[in-house]
Design a protein around this ligand. Structure first.
Ligand code: GLV
Length: 322
């Protein structure tokens, strides 16, 4: 593809998400939506730095995003932006947009339902029985309508998950950093409300981002506020959880089970107790996967809007950390 002379308006989107083999699929998806946009792999040496207007990234190489004088928007390929904002050399003046494609929220919300049902019906016990070829017929302790699910983090993903869990019959409540209204879902807000919120959560679902305020939030102190035998689903960030405290809570019976998709660090090291604890179902950060077509659709919509002068939604706000 011929490159523009450097005086032409920047029209290149650099992609670092999914590996170089995914480039044809990204190109095809964007060609159908924004034919004027030229899509290149992030380290393509044929792209002049001045031609780059947008970057769509997952775990960008630190320092790299600072090389493009005409960069207008950085898109996270996922809902979280911590994999971008951890770069100390990030250009401070370029907006970062979180991935908010419908499929991203849908897949995480599906995982949350999977986790809540796994805890409700004790899937770890079923999996262990199958591994041991043991006919372990047992009754569920309760049904969804008898079970209170508390969701920490009520953005677009938490709100969708709340509705889906309610559809399964669970009693659902939400907690957010600041006051907000969510139709049909009782809400609590702020640190002061956390003890009461956790005390009313038979299953706690963590969907919070990694920020200075959320790191280590799920610790011995807060786990003690849950009802005895409660369950935990973490599809937010691994940094929310103090793993040693979580294991101790499972061993003491304070926590009945945990479904964990995110860890710190990732990949989860082979010697982590989370791999082999009988009350943990551990998955490899698989909760949120949107198709490239869906993510390209979201990015193309934001680019088209910004070219019309519209401010993007789902912008990273440095002051709140996500
Ligand atoms: C995945 O964790 C994401 O940020 O979408």
């Amino acid at each position: 593809m011929p490159m523009p002379p450097s005086a032409a308006p920047p029209d290149v989107l650099l992609v670092k998400s999914g590996g170089p083999a995914s480039l044809p699929e990204w190109r095809q998806a964007f060609a159908a939506l924004l034919p004027a946009l030229r899509v290149h792999w992030w380290d393509d040496p044929a792209v002049p730095a001045e031609a780059v207007a947008y970057a769509l990234v997952w775990e960008p190489v630190p320092g790299w995003l600072g090389h493009f004088p005409n960069l207008r928007i950085i898109f996270s390929s996922g809902a979280g932006v911590d994999h971008i904002t951890s770069d100390p050399a990030l250009p401070a003046d370029v907006p970062i947009v979180r991935m908010a494609s419908g499929e991203t929220a849908q897949t995480v919300a599906e995982y949350v339902c999977l986790g809540a049902l796994a805890l409700l019906r004790d899937l770890p016990r079923m999996v262990a029985a199958q591994a041991a070829r043991r006919w372990d017929s047992f009754e569920a302790a309760r049904t969804a309508p008898d079970t209170r699910v508390g969701i920490l983090g009520m953005g677009n993903i938490g709100t969708l998950a709340a509705g889906m869990l309610r559809g399964l019959g669970f009693q659902v409540a939400g907690w957010a950093r600041t006051e907000r209204h969510v139709d049909g879902i009782p809400m609590m807000a702020g640190a002061a409300a956390l003890p009461a919120f956790l005390a009313g959560s038979d299953i706690l679902v963590a969907l919070l981002p990694d920020t200075a305020a959320t790191r280590g939030l799920i610790s011995a102190r807060t786990l003690a506020w849950l009802p005895r035998g409660a369950g935990l689903v973490n599809a937010g960030r691994g940094s929310l959880v103090v793993m040693a405290d979580l294991i101790a809570a499972l061993d003491s019976g304070q926590l009945g089970g945990a479904v964990l998709d995110v860890f710190e660090p990732e990949p989860l090291p082979p010697d982590s107790p989370a791999w082999r604890h009988p009350r943990i179902l551990a998955t490899a950060h698989v909760a949120g996967f949107a198709s490239r077509r869906a993510r390209a659709g979201y990015v193309a919509g934001v680019i088209a809007g910004s070219l019309r002068g519209e401010a993007p939604a789902h912008l990273y706000q440095p002051a709140r950390g996500y």
